[in-house]
Design a protein around this ligand. Structure first.
Ligand SMILES: [Mg+2]
Length: 168
C-alpha cells in the first residue's frame, strides 16, 4: 500500500472553510459528507449555526450533498434529517461501496464528487480507494472515552509525521 493513499487532495480546517471557489477549482459539484467530527462533534445531534449556513450556501449554489457515515442508523438518520439531506449509515468506509452508493445518488460523474471527512483510515483512504477527490478536515474535537478511536488517532499522527517528512 503506497503512502499516497493516505493523502487528501486538499486540507481544510473546518467544513465551513470549504468555499464554492474551492469546489470550482477542484471541478467538484457534489459532496459526500462525513458526520462525526466533520459536521458536528462525535455523537452529537447539534447543528451549529455556521454549519447550517454553510450547507444552505452549498445547496443554493446547486452543490449536490449527501451524508455518508460509518455510524449507526439511529445516530445518523436524525442528524441528516435535521440537515435536510439523505444519508447512508454503516457505510463501511474505507470500503468504496458507501461512497459509490453516495455518488450514484448524487447523479454526478465520479470525477465531480468529493469526500469530506476527518479520518485518514476511513474518509481519506476510502476516497482514494474509490478514486475521488478528497477534502480532509481537522476533527472538530478529539473523541474522549473511545479507546479504539484514540488508537486510530495515534496511527493518524504517525501518518501525519510521515507526510510532513515527505512534504518538507
Ligand atoms: Mg468523522
Amino acid at each position: 500500500m503506497t503512502m499516497s493513499l493516505f493523502y487528501p487532495t486538499v486540507y481544510k480546517n473546518r467544513v465551513t472553510d470549504i468555499t464554492l471557489q474551492d469546489l470550482e477549482q477542484l471541478g467538484v459539484r457534489g459532496l459526500l459528507l462525513d458526520v462525526d467530527n466533520t459536521l458536528t462533534t462525535h455523537g452529537s445531534q447539534e447543528l451549529s449555526e455556521d454549519v447550517r449556513r454553510w450547507l444552505e450556501t452549498m445547496k443554493q449554489a446547486g452543490i449536490a450533498l449527501t451524508v455518508v457515515s460509518n455510524s449507526w442508523e439511529w445516530r445518523v438518520a436524525p442528524f441528516a434529517t435535521k440537515l435536510g439531506l439523505r444519508h447512508i449509515s454503516l457505510s463501511c468506509k474505507p470500503s468504496p461501496f458507501g461512497f459509490l452508493r453516495g455518488i450514484h445518488r448524487l447523479k454526478l460523474p465520479k470525477r465531480e464528487c468529493a469526500a469530506v471527512g476527518d479520518q485518514v483510515f476511513t474518509d481519506i483512504l476510502g476516497a482514494n480507494l474509490c478514486g475521488i477527490t478528497c477534502i480532509q478536515l481537522q476533527p472538530i474535537a478529539l473523541e474522549t472515552g473511545k479507546p479504539f478511536l484514540a488508537l486510530r488517532r495515534k496511527w493518524e499522527r504517525k501518518i501525519y509525521a510521515k507526510r510532513k517528512e515527505r512534504e518538507t
